[in-house]
Design a protein around this ligand. Structure first.
Ligand SMILES: NC(=O)c1ccc[n+]([C@@H]2O[C@H](COP(=O)([O-])OP(=O)(O)OC[C@H]3O[C@@H](n4cnc5c(N)ncnc54)[C@H](O)[C@@H]3O)[C@@H](O)[C@H]2O)c1
Length: 320
């Protein structure tokens, strides 16, 4: 059984899953409780007494009195759910701890510099590092990745991703999916969204933006992360392959597949026509799959950490 500790006991740690409308788990607490045979929450620290006691009551543990107290605990996994600005100092504080695994909320840092400092700590102190982009563990998106790798529709040529207006908060999930599907970023052109108000997150302005990414697979992607307000949520992708098109709609509720078929309006031409629409019926929870993978890999060698910098690289390039 892996002993888990939390630094930061706010939304991503526990509160997000109190929204009854959510179809997926968004916090770490509930999935870890469901996986109680594999993980046990042993410790938590947060400078906010209210959040700390709420979390510790739910986990039925005694709160750590200080960060020093937390770092002395015997832990296998530390979940870092502090504000992005604090990820580096949180990870710095546990580098000498017993933890073999660090699960860090996304994005890894506010910028590439912070993210690379974190990577340096993980490498030097031999910690496995996971950044929580949960769509990578979602069967819905995994099926699309398998379709890309299968070459059934030919090579992936381009993608468009539509998402929300905050690059570090919500749009970082879209950037990560574009990189997962399209490969590592070779070149990024972009600009900030200056028409709509930026989101204020933990005292930092988080702008929306637009990006054009050239991936190492040869694919090119475009991202629009600019809506008129934070409440307007969107997560949709349009993938163009040499032999067809796939649309991922309504934050993984359905897919549409199109194929080149004879045109009914231009003689001798072909057009992309809808051949299949499927609704997402998968009920496995991606956060459960995420922690299951961490559990299964606990004794495996450390992964290549460098791709974990890529989301911050893309955001830095958009900021210019
Ligand atoms: N994966 C997702 O879907 C998702 C969703 C929301 C937030 N996040 C990420 O989670 C992180 C936290 O965001 P949040 O919305 O939970 O914020 P939050 O403000 O709700 O929670 C952060 C908690 O950290 C505590 N804290 C602040 N400084 C600390 C420190 N130095 N040491 C320990 N605790 C400290 C705060 O008191 C607070 O309780 C961010 O990186 C954010 O991008 C991810």
């Amino acid at each position: 059984m892996l002993k888990v500790g939390f630094i930061g006991c706010g939304n991503a740690a526990i509160y997000l899953d109190e929204d009854p409308l959510k179809r997926h788990f968004y916090s770490h607490f509930k999935p870890l409780k469901i996986l109680e045979g594999k993980f046990v929450i042993k410790a938590a620290y947060d400078p906010s007494p209210d959040s700390l006691s709420y979390f510790c009551d739910a986990a039925k543990i005694n709160p750590c009195k200080s960060l020093q107290d937390f770092t002395r605990q015997d832990l296998d996994v530390v979940v870092v759910t502090t504000p992005t600005l604090n990820h580096l100092e949180s990870i710095e504080s546990i580098k000498y701890s017993t933890a073999k695994v660090i699960v860090c909320e996304k994005p890894l840092g506010l910028n590439r510099y912070q993210a690379s400092q974190i990577l340096g700590i993980a490498k030097e102190f031999n910690k496995k590092l996971y950044v929580n982009y949960p769509r990578r563990y979602d069967v819905f998106y995994e099926n699309v990745l398998n379709l890309i790798h299968s070459d059934a529709l030919g090579p992936l040529i381009s993608m468009i991703g539509y998402t929300d207006n905050s690059l570090l908060m919500n749009a970082s999930h879209m950037i990560d999916i574009l990189l997962w599907f399209g490969g590592r970023p070779l070149d990024v052109k972009g600009h900030l969204d200056r028409q709509n108000p930026p989101r204020l997150v933990h005292g930092e302005l988080d702008h929306g933006g637009y990006a054009l990414i050239k991936h190492d697979s040869g694919c090119t992607s475009f991202m629009k992360a600019a809506n008129t307000s934070r409440e307007k949520h969107m997560f949709e992708l349009d993938l163009h392959f040499e032999g067809g098109r796939v649309r991922l709609l309504d934050d993984d509720k359905s897919t549409e597949q199109y194929e080149w078929l004879p045109s009914d309006q231009h003689t001798g031409m072909q057009e992309l026509k809808l051949v299949k629409k499927e609704f997402n019926v998968d009920t496995s929870q991606r956060m459960i799959r995420f922690y299951d993978e961490i559990f299964s890999n606990i004794n495996n060698p450390m992964q290549d950490l460098d791709p974990l910098l890529d989301v911050n690289f893309v955001i830095d390039e958009i900021y210019g």
